[in-house]
Design a protein around this ligand. Sequence first.
Ligand code: FES
Ligand code: FES
Length: 274
Amino acid sequence: MTTSATSGAGLDESVHTVSLMVNGRLRSATVPARRLLSDFLRHDLGLTGTHVGCEHGVCGCCTVLVNGGAVRACLLLAVGVDGMEVTTIEGLAAADGGLHPVQQAFHDHHGLQCGFCTAGMVMSACDFLATNPDPTREEVRVGISGNLCRCTGYQNIVDAVEAAAVAVRESGMDPRARCPRSEAGDAGVGARARAGLGATPNVSGTSGRGPHGQGGPAHHDGAAGEDTAADVTAGDDSGDAGADEGGADDGGADDGGADDGGLGDDGGEDGAGR
Ligand code: FES
Ligand code: FES
């Protein structure tokens, strides 16, 4: 639906009703044509786990999955993905709060410091592991190189993605999907121990631009239909383990911090403005 409205700046602009299947739930909002997908998710849907850093496609903090492919939400207009399926960091943890194997691996390996980049890192890793489930360490570096960590925690991030690869393979799940149950996340812990990935090797990080999390949607074959996510329950709003879809902000690993982007409980303030 397209109508006309007057913006805060006094300018007439068209507004559009955008409907997306977000984390398995049909979500709609009426927004100006210029609304970025990142702002649509954060401000119109309250999914503040998707962080915004550079807002021009450099840092990867805003990475989400659109129709299963990693994209930078700050480079897309919400109207441009109308009818598509979007997965954000809030859509990974199990409905019972169990961490997704990639989240669990970041937690286990302390693949973060401040956590601002973490949601984007995790989303990129999910897409990367879906296309390369058994990567070499060098391939992991390339796979996440489109995401910048200002805390330069790359060694632990690479460790985490390696461990996540093992856990995802053992769980048999599609890493782009919501964790079906807590046990899938727990697999990450055991897999890491069996793989001997507990130590932190002395590996140089990279801040280059990789193939993941770049540009627009990788796939466009999805369409929003009815809300089919019977398995998406009130756990989406539980505020636990990144599953909250309406919390103040969720992105990092630490409970109760000022900002949480990928792993932990929310309850802190929205740290997107940092
Ligand atoms: S906010 Fe930096 S790439 Fe989108
Ligand atoms: S920016 Fe990556 S942990 Fe701080």
